[in-house]
Design a protein around this ligand. Sequence first.
Ligand code: BGC
Length: 826
Amino acid sequence: MDKAVAAGRDIEALVRDMTLEEQVSLLSGADSWTTNAVPRLGIPKIKVSDGPNGARGGGSLVGGVKASCFPCAISLGASWSADAAYAMGAALAKEARSKGAAVLLAPTVNIHRSGLNGRNFECYSEDPALTAGLAVGYITGLQDNGVAATIKHFVGNDSEYQRQTISSDIDERTLREIYLPPFEAAVKKAGVWAVMSSYNRLNGTYTSENGWLLTTVLRAEWGYDGIVMSDWFGSHSTIGTVKAGLDLEMPGPTRDRGEKLVDAVRSGALSADFVETSAARMLTLIERVGAFDDPEIPAETSLDTQEIRALIRKLAADGSVLLKNDGILPLAQARVKTIAAIGPNATVARIMGGGSAQINAHYRISPVDGLKALLGDDAVLTAIGCSNNRLASLVETPLTVAFYQGTELAGTPVHVTTAEASDFFWFDMPNKEIDLDDFSVRISGSFTAERTGLYELGLTNAGLANLFLDGERVIDGETDWKRGNNYFGTGNDERRATVELLAGRRYDITAEYRPVDEKEDGINIRAMRFGIEYVLGEAEIDAAVEAARAADIAVLFVGRQGEWDTEGLDLPDMQLPGRQNELIDRVAAENPDTVVVLQTGGPVEMPWLSRVRAVMEMWYPGQELGHAAADLLFGAAEPGGRLPQTFPSRLHDVSAFGNDTIGYPGRDGHVEYREGIFVGYRHFDRTATKPAFPFGFGLSYTAFRWGTPVLSATTIGEEGVSVEIDVTNIGTRRGSDVVQLYVGETDPQAERPVKELKAFARLTLDPGETRTAGLSLSLRDLAYFSVEDQAFRADAGDYDISIAASATDIRARLTLTLERNWIETP
Ligand code: BGC
């Protein structure tokens, strides 16, 4: 039994005092978000909460208790700052506690492999070293403040396509060099307390029952002493998962443990040691988060402080990447009398991606809100231009939500509540008397058309539903219902209807819903969403062009949003959705001073790039989006980000795309990682393909001079070496630069990338200030994984050290010699 005594408490003795049933009860959840308590022995339950960019608490995916919304992971990844990640982790510990949670289900450290992963936004980078550095900062920030991090998803959940069943077929070297290192660093450098297994299979076996992964690698090799929990409904067996080292089945109540696990032990099919060991690990976690001493799970509250607001605003700027700037940015406030804020992301604040990372933010500052706060209302002209929705816009007027016992909407409602938007996700029922499998809901409200013309309604439902306008059914979400794209693949594809409405008239809008008992994959989600929107056309593009003409500067707020960049669904391509490319072309043709602010969860093709003066990528930067956008455009803040992912000129330059779909998204239940270790810039280097913007790239509002780098020694031994380089801010304003260190073997015997990121340092400097970046290298940083040796190994010879500002902007080259072959002894 590992970790028998945690912080003075005799865990081993406690396990011995427990009955088998009590031990087993610790190994599955009680409900969606808590573990089971053992009151007889004073063992409390603990609560877990999503997710990476905020603490949602136990509420529904939408509409839970309000929480602070932080930048998404790719934005934090773009900061290239472990300190920023630490600060975010530390703040999230407070957020988690405000929701009564002792465990945060974050960070997500899967790798940007294809660019089309729906959760690309939720992951830091295409590079394992950058991902690892940020994860270590984030986890340490959380755990230093007493909240457990849960690094996820272990491993190979790098796309959403068929994620519950697909096998990610990854050779061992690739796993060890690209996909595992962030987890390894989290264990060895941050001492992470929890790991979440992924949904997918790894080389044929579910990760939740993969003994090689969960026990051999994670525990025996890396020395991990924390718990492994399943992803939600991602555990599929009783003996298999327990034996492999999966401690906690989530969510509860149990499906495969409880009595089944007790019977397995009693019948001799499974040794009691496995259960005892996992129970001990659970107790260690409970001890680590301080729950024995403070067992109360308080009611959820909202924490909304100036300090957190300021941190989010700063992180948003630090993660924004200036991709192009001919000098137009930052804009001079005195010279801009009017600014046209154009595009589908101008007035709507796209602050986060979709799926389990969603939280109910305290508020959302849109770019237009932010610009108006800075410049005054009159200075900002707005025009939507076109839509970038995947689903019809939500109805955001007060709605009455009436719950009925039984699926027939019969009798009087047993519970009535209200909602602010037409988006519903029922994890747990608002009233404990309502049976989750035997209820129905009627949602009613009204919609006033602003204009006369065609409107489109949309309905998508996990369960069966209908949508009515003025009492008449406009969308049938029942007949021939089948699983499609939404709600993690458990809802149908959105069904649409077009109606003609009159300006100023109020229409009653009603939706009716009932769940279906369809427990495929163990997941039975109860959710529904409906929307209505005016059908945009030529007139809106013309109005945008008109606004651009009338203003001194046109800023296009374009990109995607959380309906595209979402868990449960991959992207169809790397294009801006809808007519946005056309909108940008038309606006840029009208106003020569056009700037593009992009919001996407990953790379996007930019056919209009040469026709605009500046492009800034802001990702999904959290609730302060609009303030951060105004800060950046007008220079109160500097875009400090560097790309954590290569932006290719076209999708098919990405190495996951061969001619065959087996490489991406997968076929016949398998996705083969055929490109092996050549992910991201490693592939662009190898094939000498020019990306639109390389990994590590980003411009600044100031200028820097880099001195001559100095290596502490020209040969490397066990103690490693370091490189120091002076960086001076030679511009006139404060700004940040990122020094990147790549290593490549000069004359490799094994197949190796040209270079690989191994260290980085972000420096923030005042004008005229010089600071020294210190970067260290260990022997492991020179190594590749040798399958034959079953170890990391570095061959004797010379290594090229590149000191660079991006993967294609190498400022200095140094040579380091390894005199003898090195093999890592576990
Ligand atoms: C996601 C996890 C998440 C869990 C709980 C799953 O769908 O993959 O990342 O933590 O749900 O919401």
